[in-house]
Ligand binder design. Sequence first.
Ligand code: AMP
Length: 498
Amino acid sequence: MIDATPLSPAADAAVTTAADAAVTTTFAELGLPAPVVTALAAKGITVPSPIQSMAIGDALAGRNVLGRAQTGSGKTLAFGLPMLTRLAELGDTPAAKRPRALVLVPTRELAFQVVDSLQTYAAPLRLSVRPAVGGTPFGRQADQLRRGVDVLVATPGRLGDHLRQGTCLLDDVCITALDEADQMADMGFLPEVREILGLTAANGQRMLFSATLDREVQSLVRRFLPDHVQHSTGDSKAAVESMEHYILNVGRGQKDIVLSEIAARQGGRTIMFARTKLGCEGITDRLRAVGIHAESLHGGKAQNQRTRVLDRFKNGRTPVLVATDVAARGIHVDGIDLVVHVDPPADHKDYMHRAGRTARAGAAGTVVAIALPNQRRIIGRLTGQAGVKVTEVNVAPGSAELGAITGAQKPSGEPVREAPRRERPAGAPRRGGNEGGGYRGRSSEGSGYRGRSSEGGGYRGQGGPRREGAPRRDAAPRRDTGTHGGGFRSRASHASTD
Ligand code: AMP
């Protein structure tokens, strides 16, 4: 089926949508080798998601692929498995400093998750996958690169540092994947991305995945994927069909109590969004004071702290994470079943980015926006622009509606002691969550994936400058940039500032 409104800038590009993927295939039928299929099955991943059904065959054939798919759609494996398979088939070993394939991602956290995810399938193929991101020792990455890396998963800033220092060279890169290209554009990374892509072999394979195809992303596509096939899981609305959205109207003076009751709910992961670092810290402190093991995640924290906070959230030790929009861009954790907009998002794109932390991989999720009387109009407008169906409910501390929607209950009131935390011992039970990769799909969908393709509206951002008005308080640390002393071809003598 050809999309009625092709989004691809290349007029001759073939376009398929999720509807085309309705016929269930297996990973083996898509052409993946037995060791990969076995490793997938060991993870409980047996049914390809729509984007995987659509893209894997073309990617294995070495074609350039433009994938329009959101986080949670299974896109990492859609580009990652063919990348690994092709590298294994080529049979080379990497030369010192010269990775054979490159995955560019916008954030450090996403880089680590892509590495984690791909290592499972790289190991049986005897391939190496390594990260190159800021906030972690440059020298260790340089050592790894010198020893030879098959797949380098990098943020543009740190990779730029390696290129300038001469610790990484891209002339052997034969496959490049750009993940979350729209976020890279939003974060102002495209100049670096263009330079980096320009250093990879012009006749190499390129894959670009993005939730939206804004003007800036299209310019990348025109330049670097002139000849490509396009696959689309439909609009971002598809991702939100399994979400329920509520505006919770609260009275003045009741917000903190309502938040603490929501945070005290049992068994699931909750993420709360605040606009600023200070806001995050304040909410976290107030929650901890009444007995809730909340932690905050924002750009003011060092990378190793952020990683530990995120690990504790993933393994269930911390049930409530309080994050800024920026920090949360890197959060790709399954099993978040409640998203709380504590402060209203800056715009409808942020509403959707926040909401997108839940209902991943077809699971269900609830998104609630806390609205003080003076915030109701703006939140109503944002949800309208986001194109979501929202239910507005008046709630109060202890109210039945609050309990029914969020599972709220009274917190213990016993302050959380600020003792140094130890990690969860290996083998200790996890709380809640959906650790295994199972798409909780409706069987009627055929593919085992719950999202449906849908056309029209939703969250197509405009690209361009990130924000009019209120600047982001934590804007600086979000960009994983390093030093920028000129082009990547020249070797600089200075050390990385990261
Ligand atoms: P992604 O969109 O790449 O961030 O993937 C979202 C989540 O879905 C990850 O936890 C994957 O392990 C999981 N996943 C990817 N593909 C499948 C699949 N075909 N079946 C079940 N889970 C999957």
